[in-house]
Design a protein around this ligand. Structure first.
Ligand code: CP
Length: 304
């Protein structure tokens, strides 16, 4: 596969995804500390116009463990963006310094637009409520390593309206013919346009507001934070805050093989007591970001 830019899961076929997951598996020992110089001499630039811990640091870890280097724009306030420099100009300039650019931006479509101006590969690290393809690939990798992508029954829970991780993930899961249950408050349902697209792909999806009624019938519970920062009206956020909370009590009716995933950060949607149960996989999931992003970086540097 020769995708120059990594913008949306819609650009990936199932074969593409399978190749990336297999590559990530090969990189796991390096992600765990084995030395490599595969990207020696290469430079990655990270541009985060929104906060991040996992995406930024796992890309940086992936690059450094492969022998490459990272230049980070730092805080937006201390860059020339604060003087009014446009995203297009910033991208054109950084393309003179780095071999690939990881971009997170609050505006949906920003990564696609940046790719039009960039001579080096752009990797979308989240564009508003749009897409977060590298998160999806690590989510799929986590399912592959900790459960199975074949015959999967999964519940996507929480903010399905604004949540870019679930938008990207639902699309990718449709390529694996997963049986998906979408669980959210009515105000935060998956947008119709995405549901239509999923159905066109042949996805099996059902919707409910009630997590208790499906907990005993799923292999993966993928819960997301209700994102306060995406609500135009704070009063609307208050109406749905705390809608779902995973507790040990709720898990009494779970299947033995259930795994719980969360892209993190969490706020109050998973009781910390759940961390000690056999179901929790969200911290392993954050580790799997490293081998997956190694695979993507190598692919991007080869295509660039
Ligand atoms: N999952 C995720 O994107 O986390 P960060 O916002 O910390 O990068």
């Amino acid at each position: 596969m020769m995708l120059k830019h990594i913008i949306s899961m819609r650009d990936f076929s199932r074969d593409d995804i399978d190749i990336i997951l297999a590559k990530a598996k090969e990189f796991e020992p390096i992600a765990r500390g084995r030395k490599s110089g595969l990207l020696s001499g290469k430079i990655l630039s990270t541009l985060f116009y929104e906060p991040s811990t996992r995406t930024r640091l796992s890309f940086e870890t992936a690059m450094k463990r492969l022998g490459g280097e990272v230049i980070d724009l730092g805080s937006i306030e201390s860059s020339s963006v604060a003087k009014g420099e446009t995203l297009a100009d910033t991208i054109r300039v950084i393309g003179n310094y780095a071999d690939a650019i990881v971009l997170r931006h609050p505006r949906e479509g920003a990564a696609r637009m940046a790719a039009e101006y960039s001579k080096v590969p752009i990797i979308n690290a989240g564009d508003g409520a749009g897409h977060h393809p590298t998160q999806t690939l690590l989510d799929l990798y986590t399912i592959m390593r900790e459960s199975s992508l074949s015959g999967l029954k999964i519940a996507l829970v929480g903010d399905l309206k604004y949540g870019r991780t679930v938008h990207s993930l639902a699309y990718a899961l449709s390529l694996y013919h997963a049986d998906m249950t979408l669980i959210s408050p009515r105000q935060l349902q998956m947008p119709d346009v995405i549901k239509k697209d999923l159905k066109k792909q042949g996805a099996v999806i059902s919707e409910t507001t009630n997590l208790e009624e499906v907990i005993g019938d799923i292999d993966v519970l993928y819960i997301t934070r209700i994102q306060k920062e995406r609500f135009p009206d704070p009063a609307e956020y208050q109406k749905v805050a705390g809608s779902y909370r995973i507790t040990e009590e709720l898990l009494k009716s779970a299947r033995d093989r259930l795994i719980i995933m969360h892209p993190l950060p969490r706020v109050d949607e998973i009781d910390p007591a759940v961390d000690r149960t056999k179901y929790a996989r969200y911290f392993e999931q954050s580790f799997y970001g490293v081998p997956v992003r190694m695979a993507l970086l190598v692919m991007a540097m080869e295509a660039g």
